[in-house]
Write a protein that binds this ligand. Sequence first.
Ligand SMILES: [Zn+2]
Length: 260
Amino acid sequence: MGGWEEGSWKWGDLGVIEGLLGEDGVDSRYGTLKGRLVEFGGLKEGRDVVVWRGTADTASSFSVASCYDYFRRGRIPHGPFEKNHGAFGLLWKSEVPHKVKTFGWRIFRNRFPTLDLLLRRGVAIPANSLNCILCDTSEENSKHFFFSCEVVKKVWSEVAVWVGKSESNEEDCKVVFLDWHNFFRSKKVKKGKEGMIWLACCWPLWIIRNGVRFRKDKWSVNDIVWNIKLLAWKWMFFGKITHPNFSYYEFVMDPLLFLS
Ligand SMILES: [Zn+2]
């Protein structure tokens, strides 16, 4: 760049290598820049020093915290704040096997290979096979399959009756999760068990969906609901167990008592 020579600053080649000087326009621009720099003359107060400008207070020196803050300020958030984002934290606190939490996360993030997503990725699916395997009236996507489908609504409704919850018309996955979570919290179930029934509803739906789609398995709403109850019973033994001697029959008769 340049350097001090006998008390005054002399500009060097400014990083322009000799081979470039012959190229079109480089000579004139190089000459113009050097002329301007000589005209400017530089600041005579002293040698250049490295100064950290990452903090609002220019007098402060560099610190790891100020560097972190500098990059954090420049971060572009992934879209606006989402009010139901808290569902993620509650999901991870659920006392269920880890793979089930991951399953719930995939629902929240719409990461299931439902037919709409496969189609978007370029998978060839015949037009007459795009419908939901349960109702066969709407195209399959995650929201429809887990929450909006008329058949699935019957499943949610039966499970709601089972635990004594009022029905809800919500269809957004995180809103439905929070609705169920809040219901169980209001019933003072054990911490970590609030989201369990919601997960126990979604998991068998997907398993049955795959069985029907790939193996032509038979199914009925009643079967799905019994699968949900059985799964919820099994998952009750995950984490802290306060009623180890309750039978499956007792659990089905009064799930809230068992969950509390
Ligand atoms: Zn459907």
